[in-house]
Design a protein around this ligand. Structure first.
Ligand code: EPU
Length: 302
């Protein structure tokens, strides 16, 4: 969607919001899929309320983008504008065992930065792509570690109340790939409490997780990580694999040969290809196992 309203355009500089025109979301998502729209880059948390009020007043639909690593965006001209936070400077502030991290900070960078300051616990999250804000919203997890366990405080913009709020960890529920945040809450920063550990020990844990990930996941290919959540007590990857669906494809959207719950963009896959593949695999699993797999990937299709 191209912003053409003069009032909005005139107000952006004072809000320190930068508009980039006709940006292709295929360049901002790890799947390399997605249509074009205007991208609004937000440099100050204090500008969010004003910006959203402006967009709402003029009927401009919008969505928030984190790191784009768990996202499938529809093709073509998108019927909404995309908002993204620009990283704060500094992105991470350490105080004792507390790390205050900007939502736009890269999760992997955060894990290694804290490790270098002898703060551990997050080793399992090392290869999870995306921003800290995205990881927080989804309660990202791997190898027995979930980010939610370390959260002591979250600064969030609550669209429903049109204001910034500070929530304590106890006010948020973190479940498997799910949190109690509202869909339009925008993560701004988080305070994590991390256990003290010598760097060398953390590094060892990081190496082990990296190795496990390299051996079981298609890291060099364009994907959004796991497409489906694991059903209670089961494994989506194992079921899809057992059905012989590795390599199964729709256009250039393909079930990874390495991990069956990763669907990769093997060339010029469209969102339609990926959605068709997801629907077909879900149906086959449903028929064979009587289990309806739920998306883990977030889909922006309207
Ligand atoms: N398996 C197969 N074939 C496959 C893939 C897996 O038989 O093609 C089997 C494995 O052998 C294993 C079981 O399924 O016995 C589970 O596989 P794996 O250990 O790879 O873990 P997963 O449950 O598929 C989860 C997370 C991953 C996370 C890993 C490691 C979900 C949906 N996935 O995968 O997270 O990296 O554990 O902790 O919870 C993501 O969220 O995007 C993601 C990739």
């Amino acid at each position: 969607m191209r912003i053409s309203n003069d009032k909005i355009l005139a107000a952006l500089p004072a809000l320190e919001v930068e508009r980039r025109r006709d940006v292709s979301l295929s360049g901002l998502t790890s799947l390399g899929i997605g249509g074009t729209t205007d991208l609004l880059l937000i440099r100050r948390h204090e500008s969010i309320a004003g910006l959203l009020k402006l967009l709402d007043e003029h009927g401009v639909p919008h969505k928030f983008l984190g790191g784009g690593s768990n996202l499938l965006v529809m093709d073509g001209a998108l019927p909404f504008v995309v908002l993204q936070l620009v990283k704060g400077d500094p992105e991470i502030v350490l105080e004792g065992n507390m790390a205050t991290v900007d939502a736009a900070a890269d999760l992997g960078h955060t894990v290694t930065y804290c490790a270098k300051h002898n703060l551990g616990g997050m080793e399992g999250l090392i290869g999870v792509p995306g921003t800290v804000g995205g990881a927080l919203r989804m309660n990202a997890g791997a190898y027995g570690t979930q980010i939610g366990s370390f959260v002591r405080e979250v600064k969030v913009y609550r669209a429903a109340e049109r204001k910034i709020e500070i929530l304590s960890g106890g006010q948020i529920s973190f479940e498997y790939r799910h949190t109690s945040f509202a869909p339009d809450d925008m993560m701004l920063s988080v305070k994590l409490e991390l256990p003290s550990k010598p760097y060398s020990e953390i590094l060892q844990g990081i190496r082990i997780c990296n190795e496990k990930r390299r051996s079981s996941q298609p890291l060099g290919q364009k994907s959004a990580g796991c497409i489906f959540k694991n059903p209670p007590g089961g494994s989506a990857g194992r079921m899809i694999d057992e059905l012989g669906l590795k390599g199964f494809s729709h256009g250039d959207a393909r079930v990874s040969e390495r991990h069956a719950n990763f669907f990769v963009n093997a060339g010029k896959a469209s969102a339609a290809d990926m959605l068709a593949l997801i629907a077909e695999v879900r149906e086959r699993v449903q028929k064979a196992y009587g289990v309806t797999l739920e998306n883990e990937v977030v889909v922006w299709n309207a």
